[in-house]
Write a protein that binds this ligand. Structure first.
Ligand code: AMP
Ligand code: MG
Length: 350
């Protein structure tokens, strides 16, 4: 998710300049698009002056750029440096933002029973998903996956004493890509609220947090169909809420007719295969993002237990055959598009 960021942020800076004359006005709505976090970010702001909207866009771009550089697992930067030290067994001093990522992810690692495991960076690399171009990639050999599983890197291997980090296991390579977008969006949202914005959406590639409303009317949010590029369902949102989706269509390659994607099961060392997509609606963006990844990994046998353990109730999952599983808590809020022909199964999470 963070992979194409450096390139994107240069473009983003250019877009900002171009966008100053190009803000869309739709009855008090400012819309702005720029590239950040390896994806297209969409900022929708209601009821603010043009000047305030431009200030907000500038801040958001600067925040996303800073976070991308600091949190990139393999490139030079704060997290890249930490990873290089952890691999040697040395202690390393971390900054406050990395410390926050580690602490927050420990909660999700625990509540997901290790299925959300940000120590998984070595496996992400083994599968080639650290590359920006996923063409001409083949899966790793069974032997390489087996060796990885034996090295067994877990977030629990990482010890922290204040701002000093150390790993008992040199195979640990921290990759917070499974929830960095949610954590980052929440930070940008807080920043925009601090400068006085009350009604807006920060949307990074379809994963988003809404704040307030559009002049008293709820925001209308679409959830992407995992296969046909269209909208599977929509829901109305207002107040503070977020929607995050993990999908097998986001980063993948096809090898000998089979799809291999970037959401990896730490138990098998291979892509998790029960779902095409998992969507979570929850007020806390970081949790929604982490839970979407964790439930995707949990698969059909364990997703309910992990949803309960992580404290998420509004969940929609598209199964491998295209059928939709949706919790009653979310079902009452969504509208499926007329042309979606899926079988819809409602599940109670009581
Ligand atoms: P998302 O789109 O939020 O599900 O995040 C997918 C990204 O999370 C991948 O590109 C990896 O960087 C990372 N990831 C993959 N598998 C896991 C896992 N089991 N636990 C935590 N992060 C993961
Ligand atoms: Mg996620």
């Amino acid at each position: 998710m963070l992979l194409n960021m450096a390139k994107c942020c240069c473009v983003a800076a250019l877009l900002l300049v171009a966008a100053c004359d190009n803000v869309a006005h739709d009855q008090g709505v400012h819309k702005e698009e720029f590239l950040a976090f390896g994806t297209l970010v969409n900022l929708v702001i209601y009821g603010e002056s043009e000047q305030q909207a431009h200030t907000a866009v500038k801040l958001a771009i600067a925040d996303f750029m800073q976070m991308h550089q600091a949190w990139h697992p393999w490139q030079p930067g704060a997290l890249g440096d930490v990873n290089r030290s952890l691999a040697t067994g040395k202690s390393v001093k971390i900054d406050a933002s990395i410390s926050e990522l580690v602490n927050k992810s420990r909660m999700y690692y625990a509540s997901s029973k290790g299925l959300f495991n940000p120590a998984i960076g070595g496996l992400v690399k083994l599968w080639g998903f650290e590359q920006s171009e996923l063409t001409a990639i083949a899966p790793p050999s069974h032997k390489a996956v087996e060796q990885y599983l034996q090295s067994n890197p877990q977030l629990a291997d990482v010890e922290q004493d204040d701002l000093i980090l150390r790993s008992r296991n040199p195979a640990v390579l921290l990759d917070f890509g499974g929830f960095a977008k949610g954590f980052g969006i929440a930070k940008v949202v807080d920043h925009l609220k601090k400068i006085g914005l009350h009604n807006f959406i920060v949307n990074a590639g379809g994963d988003l947090q809404v704040v307030g409303s559009k002049g008293g009317e709820p925001w209308l949010i679409g959830i992407r169909h995992p296969r046909n590029n269209g909208i599977l369902a929509s829901l109305k949102m207002s107040g503070e809420n977020s929607v995050f989706t993990s999908g097998d269509y986001e980063r993948y390659f096809i090898f000998e007719g089979r799809r291999y994607h970037h959401i990896l099961d730490p138990r098998t060392g291979t892509p998790a295969n029960d779902f095409q997509s998992v969507t979570i609606v929850h007020p806390e963006a970081a949790l929604a993002d982490a839970a979407a990844t964790a439930l995707f990994v949990a698969g059909k046998d364990a997703w309910i237990a992990i949803a309960k353990s992580m404290g998420v109730q509004q969940v929609m999952l598209v199964e491998r055959n295209g059928d939709v599983l949706i919790t009653s808590q979310l079902h009452q809020r969504v509208e499926f598009t007329n042309d979606s022909e899926q079988v819809i199964k409602i599940v109670s999470l009581q």
